[in-house]
Design a protein around this ligand. Structure first.
Ligand SMILES: O=P(O)(O)OC[C@H]1O[C@](O)(COP(=O)(O)O)[C@@H](O)[C@@H]1O
Length: 281
């Protein structure tokens, strides 16, 4: 028989994942992590209520945010949509080489009070500060799991040694390593980089040993179909969906784009067909 906590974790995972085991989640931590200039392409989306209302209306499965945005706009995330609260972050205000640490800015209790269905934290695997983030993650995961909450790891290999050894942080060998480290450190969901091909992403999924792997969206593609194609490859590779920020909120009209993404994630639709069906082509 399952322990009470396991039942809680399983039930809360289902707030994000549909019966097909896949999820499309909106990422809304950029005002902190990148700065408000990320919203300049469509300035009205700097208002969290405005953009969250749109993504929820379009049928998104979950929304990820820091605690402060949940205080301001968490009530826009309707009860049938998963709420993921991320407890670590960093600003973009320091020199790049000093941005290799995410610090804890909230506690598991805060996330629960805010109505979270899952708790997230980032680990920059390979960073000189890896140890600090590993401990933060372990503390968050241990407590959240005790209370029956699933934990999401943003497993991002990053830092000078990664560049030296692998050439780039998206090299599948190091992304695979980060995903494995996330699984071995107790993550219930993993969010990580696109490795450039279905074959290499399939290896990342295998390395995660059954823990669902979600794509981290990345910079907005000019042509929406290009991003739909990446998500399609992720699904074909056995990925469990995507967590997408800029590709959604930097578009003038995000709703048809989200609907096309949902077609790809949940119905395996061909990206061009999905785009046509939603009037993007
Ligand atoms: O890779 P970077 O520049 O640190 O980006 C981190 C950002 O990307 C995300 O992980 C995903 O958002 P995007 O889809 O915009 O890439 C955000 O949660 C976070 O703010």
């Amino acid at each position: 028989m399952d322990a009470y906590q396991n039942v809680g974790i399983k039930r809360r995972m289902k707030r994000f994942f549909r019966r097909d085991g896949r999820a499309l989640i909106f990422a809304m931590d950029h005002g902190f992590e990148h700065g408000p200039t990320d919203f300049e392409p469509v300035w009205e989306h700097v208002n969290p209520r405005a953009i969250i209302r749109k993504v929820v209306r379009a049928g998104i499965d979950g929304v990820m945010m820091l605690p402060g945005i949940a205080r301001i706009a968490g009530d826009e995330v309707k009860p049938n949509v998963g709420l993921m609260i991320k407890l670590t972050s960093k600003t973009n205000l320091r020199p790049k080489e000093d941005q290799l640490l995410q610090s804890q800015l909230g506690y598991v209790e805060d996330a629960i009070k805010l109505g979270a269905d899952a708790i997230a934290a980032t680990v920059y695997w390979g960073s000189p500060q890896e140890d600090v983030m590993m401990r933060q993650f372990a503390e968050i995961a241990s407590y959240a799991h005790d209370l029956g909450f699933p934990v999401v790891q943003f497993a991002y290999p990053r830092g000078p040694y990664i560049n030296e050894k692998y050439g780039k942080k998206e090299d599948y060998r190091v992304v695979m390593y980060g995903a494995r480290a996330a699984a071995e450190s107790g993550a219930d969901m993993i969010k990580t980089y696109w490795t450039g091909s279905r074959e290499t992403f399939a290896k990342v999924v295998e390395a995660a040993a059954g823990v669902p792997v979600l794509l981290s969206g990345g910079a907005k593609t000019e042509n929406p179909v290009d991003f739909l194609k990446v998500v399609w490859e992720v699904i074909e590779a056995g990925g469990s969906g995507a967590v997408v920020g800029r590709n959604i909120f930097q578009r003038e009209n995000p709703e048809p784009f989200i609907k096309a993404l949902l077609r790809v994630v949940h119905r395996n639709e061909d990206p061009e067909e999905a785009a046509k069906a939603e009037g993007l082509l």
